[in-house]
Design a protein around this ligand. Sequence first.
Ligand SMILES: [Zn+2]
Length: 115
Amino acid sequence: MISETVFCCYCGEMIAPGKRTIEHLVPISLGGNGSFYNKKDCCKTCNNDRGNLPLSLWIGRMEARLARSKTIALNRVLEARIENAKYWQHYIDTAGEKLYRSNEIFLLYIKRGFK
Ligand SMILES: [Zn+2]
């Protein structure tokens, strides 16, 4: 059996076997599709932390938590997640409709400012 090393798209940590989840950059509940473009490997911790929040909202919440954080360990995780999440936000802005189930849904969310 071939085992591949997989890293979390947010915290960047190696994902232990059994802890691997599939992250939809644009959540299915927000019109995201199941394409290769929208799916990334993610650890359970980051995936649970984001839930179904639009990425931009999650980044804002993590920045607020970082400002209140008093431990180096938490700072490191939040800083890595924020940096990577901003990278994926740029990717979402660039990839646009490729990530959505239909062009109509894409246009609807763009109009509402949801990403
Ligand atoms: Zn992670």
